[in-house]
Structures are given as structure tokens and as C-alpha cells.
Design a protein around this ligand. Sequence first.
Ligand code: ARE
Ligand code: CA
Length: 595
Amino acid sequence: MLKEAVFHRAMSPFVYKYDENTIHIRLQTKKNDVEHVELIWGDPYDWHTENPDDADWNFDPSKTNHWNTFETPMKRSGSDELYDYWFIDVVPPFRRLRYGFRLHDGQTTQVFTERGWFNEKPLDDTGYYFCVPYLNKIDVFTSPAWVKDTVWYQIFPDRFANGDPSNDPTGTLPWNSTEPTTTNLFGGDFQGVIDHIDYLVELGITGIYFCPIFKAKSNHKYDTIDYLEIDPQFGTKEKFKEMVDLLHENGIRIMLDAVFNHAGFHHEAFADIREHGSNSSYRDWFHLRDFPLVTEPMPNYDTFAFVPEMPKFNTENAEVKAYLLHVARYWVEEFGIDGWRLDVANEVDHAFWRDFRRVVKEANPETYILGEIWHDSQEWLLGDQFDAVMNYPFTNAALNFFALDKTKATAYANEMSHVLFSNTMNVNEVTFNLIGSHDTPRALTRAGHDKNKMRLLLLSMLTFSGSPVIYYGDEIGLDGDQDPGCRKCMPWDKEEQDLNLLMYTKHLLQLRQQHKTLANNGHISFVHADDETNSIVMRRTSEDGTYYIYFNNSNQQVTLPAPAAGQGMDLFSNSPLPSLEVTLPPYAGTIVQVL
Ligand code: ARE
Ligand code: CA
């Protein structure tokens, strides 16, 4: 047994409160090293009882020197390249828990506790064990239930549809007349979204994430001038309200982009400093190093990246905080938005986000709070800050396998397992899965314009745990390279849309809607991953059913065993499997429901 590889600490995501009764525990061991693991557990004050259902609890250690424990097998619930992950959910009768692990590797048996390794389980002192002192309900990670069933659609507002030429700013180009650049404008607006609500409803999405819509200078609007005004190129506040209400009537939620890490160069607070220098009453609103402010050769103030147009807010300043929290509350209370996506979330202080959560959830507890973080995000996902993050680790794993051929099947299964074990199950149920965004090349472009690979990417995302997002146009085969290329105008002429891909996407969304196990509540495991044939079978199972998702990521036809035990239904052809095998053409996949 390689003890050095065994890892557990009494902290998330290795132990966490899943709901008000249940504690989830995970243990990491070297891959293929440990054969089975039992959780040794008990109530810290139980010095007597033999059975957890037994009412005869004895709180007095002086009457016995024997702390009473139970032993329950853990499940090997997944593996990545180097580790196996063991899992168990425990419902401690009195919401308190002491626990340790008994590991067997075929030759030896060892007990692992907070104090280290033992040949036998320590009996006399609960102080040896890992500890969940009490399961306080208020500490349970909670996120809005509606998110679990939501499929998002991301809209870059200038490029979805131009429904009202009268608000087009000077210089607006005819729709789709040329490639996007870092500065050009195409006149997209709220009326354009209203005009296409039917399209969105038919597609089957149930939430829209809008990139910034507040008054700003650039075409992407990440350089805010006024957080309390809509940019006139998108419409008025009345038009915005009309759109929000119509979307809600059609079962579509709306999430806005909160760009709170930095203001825009022309924001009144920053403009005042540029004018009055150190005499400005806003001088503590930003991280300034010197006066007067200069932008060349480098800005002498902190910015987003090195972009002078984006001066970084000092969110520790009480006035700044009050101002931005007012903004956060305003759009929730006055316009009924359902979510905030937090731009550059990891560069803003944690205290700010804790207060942000309090304010936003007070305004509406059902608001979804989504951080933009591309890296390990544990620090923000403990329940006191965000509900979820943009799941770029998922994106990388999916693209590396299906689009870029950088990895093989087993590496894909390993990476996806790693993604799942990096976060708690609470987070995995609402995390924001994407295969591309306004910040990356489009998925189709990454896939070398191969529509079959694009289908496999969609299949992997739309059958995974979380709240997936379709970047506008991906469903009809829009392509485009790194920003600004990935921000093309949505083509509305049917001749320019890939209607087969659109049909495929709709079909997947319907299946996800009809079979809840495919959405968020199905446990995921990889039951097959073979590098030779580059094929994968992912199993999803819940009390509502068991499903097998098949992927053939090779240029050869592949035949794989059908799910053992019982009849299978191929959900794509909507017919029972003809044999005990599933045959997939090159670069294809399917979903089989166990009947
Ligand atoms: C503009 C040009 C770009 C050019 C850039 C250089 O368009 O072509 O490369 O300037 O300065 C917004 C606009 C962008 C604009 C940018 C600056 O949308 O078009 O770029 O402003 O004016 C990191 C951050 C992450 C951030 C990305 C872009 O962690 O927060 O970089 N994303 C948000 C938004 C953007 C937005 C801004 C931030 C600024 O989503 O749209 O840009 O408000 C790795 C790292 C990540 C890194 C990621 C991407 O994986 O780990 O940390 O994200 O790469 O670079
Ligand atoms: Ca317009």
C-alpha cells in the first residue's frame, strides 16, 4: 500500500455537508493499489451503543473505555491517471461525526485517521479521528434548484440580431457584411432577441447569459461607463424590461454579466480622478500608484491585464463596495434578472463576494451566482460566495479529446473524473459547462470544421452533470477563431444555417429534458475507455433510471457491448437495441436507456 498517495483532509471537497442530513466523504488512494476501504465512523459522544438505530445512547465515557464505531464499505467511484477516488455518503443520527478509514490492499490492512496510520483502529480516544463537529443546516451549500434543469444560451449582444435599426450607433455595419474586428459594430439589440424568442423556445434552451449590456465605450462593453444604464445601442430600460418579461413568460431565465473587477476609462469616478488628480474624492476607488495618471508606456494604476481602459476597482473601499452592491441589487430587484455572471471573479477580494452573495440572495434567494474562473475554484465554492464557476477544466478535457486529438479515450475519462472530483457534488450539479465562449475559438473551428466531432462535443456536454451553455450560433454551425473571430453575426438566413446540426442539438435538448438522469441527478462513471478504438462508454444512473452514453471518437466503425442485464433502448433511433451490441459509425455516439 502506498501510504504516501493516500489523501484526505477534513475539508471540502474531501468532506462536505451535502444536505441537512447527509455528509459526503471522499478518499484518494494510488490507482489500483487499494482493494477495498471501510469508513470507521461514529458519534463522538457515543461510548456504548451497538447499533445506530438503538435508542440507548450513552454519553458518559467514564462508564466504558470503548468508543463505539460502525464500519461501512466505501465505493470506488472513479479514477484519474494516478488516483482512485473512494466515496460514501453518511447520515449521522445526531449530525455529528468522527471518522477514519480502514484500507486493505490484499496483503495488509491499515487504519488511517487524522493522527496518521495504525495497525488497529484506535478505540479509546475519538480525538484520533477526523471530525465533522456538527452538521449545521445553514452551512450546507445551497444553490437555486432551477439551475439544475437549465440549459443556457450565451448571447454576445451586438451580434445576435438587429431588431431595431433606429438605435444603431453611427458606423454600424450591415449585418454579417464583414468579419468581426475588435472595434466594429453590427447593431444587435434587445428587439432582436425579442424577435427570435420563438427560435430560442423551439431550440429548447431555458436561460440566456448576456455578455455586458450596460453603457460602455467598446463593442464588447467590458469597459463600463455607467452600471445603472443600458447601453443605448441595445435599447432602453423599458425595452429591456419588456424583453425580460417576455423571456420569463416563455420559460427562459436571464443572467447578466457583472464586470466588477474594473470600471471603464470613462466611468465618472475614474474620469474625475483623471481631471482632479489627488484632489479627487474618488482617489481611493482604484489602485493608483502615482499622479497624474498616465497610460504610457504602462498605466501607473492597476488594471485588468495591462489594459489602460480597464482601471481596477479597489473593492476593499467601503464606498466602492456600497456602490457595486447597490448595482447588484438594483438589476435583481427592479428588473427581475435571475443570475449574475461575475467577470474576472478571482481577482476581486473574497470579503466583497461574501457581501455580494448576502445582498443578492436577500433581493432574491433564487438568484444564480456564477464566477468566471478558469482554474481550481474551491476557495469560492464553499457556499459563502458563488454557486458555480464557468467550467473551463471541462472545456479543456472535452476539446483535447474530441476536437484536438490531443488525448486518447482513457485520458479523457481520467480528466473528466478529475473534473468531477475537484468539486463537491453540490457544485457539479449546477456548474456551468461550456465547449467555447466569446473568449475562445469556437468549438467547430477547434474541431477542424468537422461536424461529426462537433456532435460528439455537444453529446458529451449535454449528457454531463451541470448546467450547460450553448454559445449562440454553435447550434447552426457558426465558426470563428479566437476573439474577435468568435463573435460573428448570427446568420438568420436558413441557407447559411446547418439545419442538420440544429436538429441534432434540439433532439439532445429534448432528451435531456425528458430524461432527468441525463441532466443533473445521475451519478457518472466511465465503464469503458479504450485507446485502441478511442471509444468511451459513460454511465449515468439515478433513481429515475440508468443510461449509457456511447462515444466513438475514431475513423473506424466500432462495436461495443450493450449494457449488461436487460433490454436497452437507443434514444436516438427511438428503438430497442436489436442485439447485445452497439455499433457506432466513425465519429458518432448514442444514448442507450436501460429498460
Ligand atoms: C482585447 C482584444 C483581444 C486581446 C486583448 C489584449 O479583443 O484580442 O487579446 O484585448 O489585451 C474584454 C473583451 C476582450 C478584450 C479585453 C481587454 O471581451 O475582447 O480583449 O476585454 O480589452 C483571463 C481572465 C479572464 C478574462 C480573460 C480574457 O482570467 O477573467 O483573461 N475574461 C473576461 C471576459 C472577457 C473580457 C474581460 C475578462 C475583461 O470574459 O471577455 O475581455 O473584462 C488562461 C488563463 C485565464 C485567462 C484565459 C484567457 O486559461 O488561465 O486566466 O483568462 O487564459 O486568456
Ligand atoms: Ca439595432
